[in-house]
Design a protein around this ligand. Structure first.
Ligand SMILES: C[S@@+](CC[C@H](N)C(=O)[O-])C[C@H]1O[C@@H](n2cnc3c(N)ncnc32)[C@H](O)[C@@H]1O
Length: 217
């Protein structure tokens, strides 16, 4: 999934990953992740309304998104008028509690981010194929101070029955590739096959959504 793939998705509005409602797993589990106000990093954020929900709790939001169309849509839909400035290879869009870094996440450095206090990954890790997925996981960790907690949501299904994205990311993948980076706790595994007509239509045998608490080591 190179940059052209995602720009094409946004240009043609093929954004089936975008949710019009707040993610129910975020609402249910965020209290276990973060108790105090801070700065929440949302990598590969799209124009997710989950950022609005997190901001409604009083947090500042730091997003990272490749597509300028996505970033502009987010601010337009929130009736905000961001100030933009160049920041290295990226452009920083800011208004209210939102600071979105438009450009390649891999070009984002810890120095550009003021220290974040939590992170939220929904449809980011699972958007990426191997080996980019592992590179993403290691880069995300490099952006986080030790002790930073985060919520990760993945999908687990028989990968051979459907091509991604979203890709299947199992509990064992998360545990194996988090060694030395994150402490991992599985908070919930939920059968969501019936809620996903695309997977049912393709006769995928099972589809579970997994919710993890991660803590940067
Ligand atoms: C599957 S979407 C998920 C968006 C969002 N997390 C959500 O829940 O709606 C993945 C997003 O990652 C963005 N993306 C892909 N590669 C990226 C990269 N290298 N740097 C920053 N954003 C990227 C895409 O443009 C797309 O909006």
């Amino acid at each position: 999934m190179d940059a052209a793939f995602w720009h094409d998705k946004w240009d043609r509005q093929l954004i089936g990953f975008h949710q019009d409602d707040i993610n129910p797993f975020l609402k249910r589990h965020w209290p276990a992740i973060s108790h105090s106000l801070g700065r929440v990093l949302v990598p590969l954020c799209g124009k997710s309304l989950d950022m609005v929900w997190l901001a409604s709790l009083g947090d500042d939001i730091v997003g990272s998104e490749l597509s300028e169309a996505a970033v502009r849509s987010f601010f337009d839909e929130q009736q905000l008028e961001p100030v933009c400035e160049a920041g290295g290879e990226l452009t920083r869009f800011c208004d209210g509690p939102f600071e979105l870094w438009q450009g390649d996440l891999f070009a984002l450095t810890p120095q550009q981010l003021q220290p974040v206090t939590a992170f939220y990954d929904r449809a980011a890790l699972i958007a990426l194929p191997e080996p980019m997925r592992l590179r993403y996981w290691q880069h995300l960790a490099s952006l986080l101070p030790a002790g930073t907690p985060g919520l990760l949501i993945t999908l687990d299904y028989p990968q051979q029955q459907l091509s991604g994205p979203p890709f299947s990311v199992t509990e064992s993948w998360v545990r194996q590739h988090s060694e030395g980076l994150f402490e991992v706790e599985l908070l919930e595994r939920s059968d969501v096959l019936a809620d996903n007509p695309r997977f049912v239509k393709k006769q995928v045998a099972s589809l579970d959504e997994l919710v993890f608490k991660l803590t940067r080591l």
